[in-house]
Ligand binder design. Structure first.
Ligand code: ATP
Length: 248
């Protein structure tokens, strides 16, 4: 179905308002297949809203978001979301399902056989660095925060979606586990070649992960470019973020 192999997602003149108050405005940008686009911005700048416009948790007030060349409002929302893995800070794991059932959820909704699901879950747990023999039967409350995030990533990858949306997935972790997961995630992404949109307000995380950084301020995309372009930019919000770097 992709009409343009190079472009996974395209925002065209997109604005979204709630009670006439614009939450994001005039978004015009494309996400290339296989890149990690990091949306960076301070709290309330519109990052999550932008993300939710991709998987149609929100629809634009004006303009169009195209996924694989087709407007999100033309997609069947269920089919659209099956193309898109979603990882959020709280992971959204079901507390009464063990790890195997949580990771195998989408494949089971898609009608895979039990054997195939079992095999896939074990493969994915390996991939995210969890021993399936140890973790498959555990429940979310029996895991550390970092382990839960790994399960969240495994679940998002389960049905092999081409696109991953990750909203502050490592935000609640201690700094060492966080850096570890960032590095592993980057390696995993290179290996699997997924397109990733990653939301953070941490400039260091943006620099570790990004193919390109999209900087948001007050609901607008004020800069979109490589790390080098970001470093050279005179844009005041980019400068403000860079001033945070030495403190780290
Ligand atoms: N359901 C809602 N009702 C009212 N205002 C909302 C709603 N959702 C978001 N907003 C407002 O929209 C703006 C953008 O929110 P958004 O969650 O996209 O920001 P963000 O950059 O992801 O922030 P954070 O880093 O704190 O998660 C904020 O001012 C927020 O208060």
């Amino acid at each position: 179905m992709p009409q343009n192999n190079a472009i996974a997602v395209e925002f065209s003149e997109v604005s979204y308002s709630l009670n006439r108050r614009p939450l994001v405005s005039d978004l015009n940008f494309s996400i290339q297949s296989g890149e990690i686009l990091v949306l960076l911005g301070r709290s309330g700048s519109g990052k999550t809203t932008t993300m939710k416009l991709i998987n149609r948790l929100l629809t634009p007030t004006s303009g169009e978001v195209r996924v694989q060349g087709m407007s999100t409002v033309e997609w069947n929302p269920i089919k659209l979301r099956r193309q898109i893995g979603y990882v959020i800070q709280e992971t959204g794991l079901f507390p009464h399902f063990n790890v195997e059932r949580n990771v195998g959820l989408v494949p089971s909704l898609e009608g895979w056989s039990r054997d195939r699901i079992h095999q896939r879950v074990f493969e994915l747990l390996h991939l995210v660095g969890l021993d399936p023999q140890v973790f498959a039967t555990r429940y979310p409350h029996e895991l550390s925060g970092g382990q839960r995030q790994r399960v969240g990533v495994a679940r998002a990858l389960a049905a092999d979606p081409p696109l991953l949306l990750m909203d502050e997935p490592f935000g609640a972790l201690d700094p060492i586990t966080r850096v570890e997961l960032q590095r592993e995630f980057r390696r995993l992404q290179q290996e699997l070649g997924k397109t990733v949109v990653f939301v953070t307000h941490d400039i260091q995380e943006a620099f570790v992960l990004a193919s390109r950084i999209g900087l948001m301020a007050e609901g607008r995309l004020v800069l979109l470019g490589t790390k080098e372009e970001f470093l050279r930019s005179p844009q005041p919000e980019a400068q403000a973020f860079m001033e945070c770097l030495p403190k780290l």
